[in-house]
Design a protein around this ligand. Structure first.
Ligand code: B12
Length: 207
């Protein structure tokens, strides 16, 4: 029943309760994966559904992501390498010249919440840094964010650099000015309109 309380607390954007209930579940000897999957991740799935159906908006999604992160922070040290979900690794960043990171952070949190390992390179990331990080971390997906029309060409540069490096990694793009048509134009493997869309895309590409 308490795992349900973690789920409910994420949906209530109640960081403090998420923390105490997550700790209480651990202290009671409950399975970490069950707390993660049935409490935290399934709550974020629910938030994603509600966002897609227009019941929740970006501020609520950020608050839920924050609450989820509060629980995740408690579980993280205990998730030993071997017992990770191992769903795959995503390298994410905002492209060169662009400093907007609110949407990118949300996408990053949601992908992490869905059980993937995320390597977040931050903002103003050039194509070489994306290629290097993807190679070093054996990434499955590179996720690029841009909020400015002037930085959209940096997505093209990065997608091209990844292809030229010959890495077996998919590239996805998102951010207010980009579209599926732009993704097709630059040869990216996918476009997501929002954070739940990014999660769906990553799950599809890594499946
Ligand atoms: C906040 C903001 C800023 C903040 C950024 C703070 C920060 N830490 O991010 C500050 C003040 C720094 C800023 C600066 C600038 N900004 Co500004 N900014 C915004 C604003 C108001 C909100 C952006 C935001 O956070 N949205 C909320 C998040 C949650 O949404 P999101 O980013 O779109 O992300 C969602 C999706 O796009 C998607 N997504 C995002 N990334 C990815 C990645 C993948 C892989 C996937 C699948 C999905 C995905 O999922 C997210 C969650 O659902 C927008 C206006 C707007 N409505 O977009 C202008 C806006 C983007 N900014 C703009 C401009 C012009 C600038 C400046 C050039 C202003 C200036 N003259 O200095 C500078 C540029 C600085 C730089 N080099 O980057 C313009 C861009 C115009 C254009 N078409 O190019 C906008 C559109 C404002 C406007 N209407 O003119 N800005």
């Amino acid at each position: 029943m308490s795992i349900q309380e973690i789920f409910n607390a994420v949906l209530a954007f109640d960081d403090a309760t998420v923390k105490t209930k997550t700790q209480a579940e651990l202290d009671a000897g409950n399975d970490i994966q069950a707390i993660l999957n049935d409490g935290l991740i399934s709550a974020m799935d629910e938030v994603g559904e509600k966002f897609s159906s227009g019941e929740l908006f970006v501020p609520e999604m950020l608050m839920a992501a924050q609450a989820m992160k509060a629980g995740l922070a408690i579980l993280k040290p205990l998730l030993a390498e071997g017992s990770r979900q191992g769903r795959g690794t995503v390298v994410i960043g905002t492209v060169k010249g662009d400093l907007h990171d609110i949407g990118k952070n949300l996408v990053s949190m949601m992908i992490e919440g869905a059980g993937f390992d995320v390597v977040d390179l931050g903002v103003d990331v050039d194509s070489e840094a994306f290629v290097k990080a993807a190679s070093e971390n054996k990434a499955d997906v590179i996720a690029l964010s841009a909020l400015l029309t002037t930085t959209m060409p940096a997505m093209q540069t990065t997608v091209t650099a990844v292809k030229e490096a010959g890495l077996a990694v998919k590239t996805i793009i998102g951010g207010a000015p980009v579209s599926q048509a732009f993704a097709d134009q630059i040869g990216a493997d996918g476009y997501g309109a929002d954070a739940p869309g990014a999660v769906k895309l990553v799950k599809k590409l890594v499946a």
